[in-house]
Design a protein around this ligand. Structure first.
Ligand SMILES: NC(=O)C1=CN([C@@H]2O[C@H](COP(=O)(O)OP(=O)(O)OC[C@H]3O[C@@H](n4cnc5c(N)ncnc54)[C@H](OP(=O)(O)O)[C@@H]3O)[C@@H](O)[C@H]2O)C=CC1
Ligand SMILES: CC(=O)N[C@@H](CCC(=O)OP(=O)(O)O)C(=O)O
Length: 345
């Protein structure tokens, strides 16, 4: 059995991960940790797990003494909180999957510019692998430290990768217009995510400055083979879960929709979790699952292609992608524990 610990299990991403690991046939949860709910049963914080996950949440400060008893540590903490514990866990030979952003960006200057924090573990950045299995599968399987991607970057990169890999669009023309459910903002109290502040309303935020922009650019530049910039605008929509990304690019050659569908189907032909769909994706079709659904349309009038992708931000955008990465790290079936997950329309 793989012995796992979760730091930040009481957050939205952490609790979703706890449930996936609890049901995983090869995993035993060794500890769940919390910042504000120490010694409280997990099932009292998330009552849907009553009768299943009864563990007491341990104090985040005390987890060092548990490192010798686990094989993998999942970190689901706010940005800037993963540094010291990651170093300690790796020193114990524990594999680490960080669901936050602390190891996603390869440049410490870019991290500082977008997160406003000094990077405390620049020595680990060259060995950290960006955990998007459909793009970096081999590197993930050989890594010790995985930087689990952000939710918007997961949806955006998967939607645009075939177009940029095959150089089918002008890289300077890329626009990503994305919408997220409110759980993407986490469980901590925040006026912007109060029911009355975001129900029955849609708003753009982080315009021309959202911190997922450099993450998307870093990964799309790698795929394209040259540095590129994107315009990325996220929106908060009044639903609990889900991300829908509409990605635009100017086609460099005349291609029909059918030809582009064939290119996408071939690009993702071996990917269980990517579904290329004729009907445009909707968040309800991927809710509770690790799927990323992708559909597209060619606008012959403007010469643009519009690719739409949908994921569940707490699943493929966070927890189930972390499990997919763990499966690769331990050489077990990539879809183990992730197939037939409830899809709740
Ligand atoms: N929500 C999402 O859709 C996604 C989230 N992520 C990333 O996952 C990580 C967790 O996000 P999410 O679950 O949404 O966040 P939440 O705010 O819901 O949870 C944060 C967790 O961290 C703990 N915590 C809060 N403050 C501190 C602190 N100062 N020091 C140590 N621990 C602290 C909380 O403990 P307590 O409950 O006891 O307060 C809780 O367990 C973040 O890095 C986020 O960016 C990534 C992709 C998607
Ligand atoms: C709706 C909402 O607020 N979403 C979050 C993104 C959540 C995510 O993917 O997070 P990390 O990069 O923080 O891990 C945001 O825009 O900041």
């Amino acid at each position: 059995m793989i012995r796992a610990g979760i730091l930040g299990a009481t957050g939205y991403a952490g609790q979703q991960l706890a449930w996936l690991l609890f049901r995983h046939p090869h995993v035993k949860i060794h500890f769940l940790s919390s910042y504000n709910h120490t010694d409280v049963p997990f099932s009292q914080i998330y009552c849907q797990y009553e009768g299943f996950i009864q563990d007491l949440c341990i104090d985040i400060q005390s987890i060092e003494e548990h490192l010798s008893n686990i094989d993998i540590l999942f970190i689901a903490l706010p940005h800037g909180k993963a540094f010291p514990i990651t170093e300690k866990a790796l020193a114990y030979g524990v594999k680490v999957v960080d669901l936050g952003a602390d190891f996603r960006l390869k440049s410490t200057e870019i991290y500082k510019a977008w997160y406003g924090l000094d990077h405390e573990c620049s020595n680990l950045l060259s060995s950290a692998v960006y955990g998007l299995p459909e793009i970096h599968r081999i590197q993930i399987s050989q890594a010790q430290l995985i930087a689990n991607p952000g939710c918007y970057p997961t949806a955006s990169i998967l939607a645009l990768a075939p177009l940029l890999k095959h150089r089918l669009i002008d890289p300077s023309s890329v626009i990503i217009d994305a919408k997220s459910g409110v759980s993407g903002a986490g469980r901590s109290a925040n006026i912007a995510t109060l029911f009355t502040e975001c129900n029955e309303s849609i708003k753009a935020y982080g315009v021309a400055g959202h911190r997922h922009t450099p993450e998307i650019e870093q990964e799309l530049s790698l795929i394209y083979g040259e540095n590129l910039h994107v315009s990325f605008t996220p929106h908060l929509v009044p639903m609990n879960r889900g991300i829908l990304a509409a990605c635009y690019g100017k086609l460099l050659h005349k291609l029909t929709q059918e030809e582009l569908y064939e290119i996408y189907q071939f690009f993702y032909k071996d990917e269980y979790f990517i579904r290329i769909v004729e009907n445009l994706p909707e968040t309800r079709w991927v809710r509770g699952s690790n799927f990323c659904d992708i559909g597209l349309r060619v606008d012959g009038r403007t010469g643009r292609v519009i690719v739409i992708s949908a994921i569940d931000n707490l699943m493929k955008g966070a927890a189930s992608q972390a499990v997919q990465n763990m499966n690769l790290l331990f050489g077990i079936r990539e879809i183990e524990g992730l197939e037939l997950l409830a899809m709740i329309p």
